[in-house]
Structure formats: structure tokens, C-alpha cells
Design a protein around this ligand. Sequence first.
Ligand code: MF3
Ligand code: CO
Length: 249
Amino acid sequence: MVIIKTPQQIELMAQAGKILAACHREIRQMIRPGITTLQIDSFADEFIQAHGAKAEQKGYHGYPFATCASVNNEICHGFPTQTPLQEGDIVTIDMVVNLNGWQADSAWSYPVGQISAKAEELLKVTKECLYMGIEKAIEGKRLGDISHAIQSHAESNNFSVVRDFTGHGIGQSMHEEPQVLHFGHSHRGLMLSEGMVFTIEPMINIGSYELTVDHNGWTARTVDGSLSAQYEHTIAITKNGPLVLTEQD
Ligand code: MF3
Ligand code: CO
């Protein structure tokens, strides 16, 4: 069952989203060769708490950190580590902010210093996939319209779409219905209506979409070792079109 949110509830989620967006803006400034993802994780945890909110991922099904930090061929759920980031790396920071019981979720991929032209292209196309999906998040359209827009753009650029992780409804729980696939067919699936709130979070690989999960039980990485990127926003379906609750500008 999809839990429909009132405009007031969406406003509460937007307040969580603002804190999350501000945290990403700070992280963007911090990222450079030599910084560790554990330092970024501590910063995010403290930043979120200083704003009266909670880093919801910490302790979620036993996940040990405030953020997921997925470097290079890590697709998602990377553990923050003491290994310094290096020039040329890409790193995806994903986190969920809970403010007064209402949540927002956003992941962003960042370049570390100067990166390869291919990595730049991956970041650009993956971000475009997110926004092309968001454009379809309109009352009367269907979930498949979002899925298809993302898959078409990724594959027309010769990248692949990760199958095993999806977007999701969000509200007072991190994961609610519906599942939002990043691949699929137009005109299929759930019809979108006002008050639905969910994430769109395409994970796009340079090589194949096949993945393996590390022995820590969490970290997913590409089987072929190719780079993977991800951009994620929490969005609400409103009378006036898609409302991005985690926008950073
Ligand atoms: N933020 C993630 C998502 O996009 C969830 C991370 S799993 C966790 O759905 F357990 F680490 F929180
Ligand atoms: Co997320």
C-alpha cells in the first residue's frame, strides 16, 4: 500500500530534505585527495545532529554508519573507511535525514580532484538520468515512464542500469511502497497521484550491471570492476508537478 502524504507532511519532509541538501553542499567542499570517507561520515553525522535531526541509516538493519560511501567500482552501501580518497576517484555519499519523524534520502556522486573523461561522462549521464526520471514524476503518468526514461538515456550512452537496487517510497519509514525501478517500459506500473513521495536513485555502470556483495553483507560492487555512479533525490508528486525535496541549490 502506498501511503499518501498531505501537503503539511510533505512540508515536514522538505525540512528534513533541506538539512540533507545543506549537508551535501558542505561535503562537496570537503572532498579532495587525502580526505577519508570516515571523516566525511563523522562530519555528516555531527552536521545532521547539530540541525536537530538524526542520521537514519545508522543502526538501520544493523548498518553501522551515518552515510554510505561508495568509491569507484562500489555501487552502493560502501562502508566509510580510513583509506584516503585519491585524485581520480569518484565517491557516492548516500544518507537519510530524520527530522521529527519525517525522512528524506539523497545520494550524490562526487569527483575527487581531476578525474578521467570517461568518469566525467558517467557522472554527467547518471545525473541526467535522475533528472529525466524526475521530469516524468507527474500525476497521471506511470512509474514505468520514469523507469523507461532512465534506462533509455543510460543505454543510449552505452552505460548499464543496476537492476538489484531500486528507488522507494519514503515518509515516516525509510523504505515504503512503491518500488521505483530504473529500467522498464513506458505506460506500465502504478499510476502516479498527488501526495506520493518516493526516491529516484539510478545507479549506472560503465560496464555490466552485474554486481557482487562483499563479505560485510552490504557493499555492492561491479563484477567487472567498472566505475559506478549514483544520484538520488526524494521527490513528491504535487498538483504543480514534481517537487524535489532534497535539491541542493
Ligand atoms: N539511502 C539508501 C537508499 O537509497 C538506503 C541505505 S541502506 C542503509 O535506499 F541501511 F544503509 F541505510
Ligand atoms: Co539513499
